[in-house]
Design a protein around this ligand. Structure first.
Ligand code: ZN
Length: 192
């Protein structure tokens, strides 16, 4: 089922996600719905907060993006990123590693708003997958960027919080317009 993605200005985006107690049929279905919603929106990642459900889980699929490589290692061995996608990560722990790199980022809750964000190049990740198995890997490139972006969502942190002051000033009117539209839509929905 495709879920509604909330936009900037919706309070769900600032909520800290609750830990998932167990991988129940409901959570498994939710992971499948997040993946379906992400694919329908042509996104690289989607967090539970973005569909108004504050939980510690997100999904990732970097296969659609060409020209921005990713790498993945399990037990010190490089493995094919494509074979690992799509990925649902539940109660993840993400430890960023390596030198900071700057690259463009977007977010499905901020349509058409792209900005350069600086983050560490790689990350160590441990989480449950949608089967309740523990997955552990090291990743880099676009995959590490996407995972750090989604991990931020789980704590109510948004990529605008990581933009330079200059970038945020340049985008200010777009951000204010989006926030005002979202809040107006929420007020209309409450009155209806
Ligand atoms: Zn996002």
């Amino acid at each position: 089922m495709i879920l509604d993605i909330v936009k900037y200005g919706h309070p769900a985006l600032r909520r800290v996600g609750a830990r998932v107690a167990g991988v129940t049929p409901d959570i498994r279905q939710f992971a499948a719905d997040l993946i379906e919603t992400m694919h329908a929106a042509h996104g690289v990642g989607l967090a539970a907060q973005q569909v108004d459900r504050a939980l510690q889980m997100f999904v990732i699929d970097v296969r659609e993006v060409k020209g921005r490589p990713s790498w993945l290692e399990r037990d010190g061995q490089r493995v094919a990123v494509e074979a690992f996608m799509p990925l649902a990560l539940i109660n993840p722990e993400v430890k960023p590693l390596g030198e900071p790199v700057t690259g463009p980022e977007g977010c499905l809750s901020f349509p058409e708003i792209f900005a350069d964000i600086t983050r560490p190049e790689s990350a160590d990740v441990t989480a449950w997958n949608e089967k309740g198995e523990i997955v552990s890997f090291r990743c880099g490139g676009l995959l590490a960027r996407a995972i750090q972006h989604e991990y931020d969502h789980l704590r109510g942190v948004l990529y605008i919080d990581r933009m330079s002051g200059e970038t945020k000033r340049e985008l200010r009117s777009q951000l204010e317009t989006l926030q005002a539209e979202t809040r107006a839509a929420l007020r209309r929905a409450r009155r209806a």
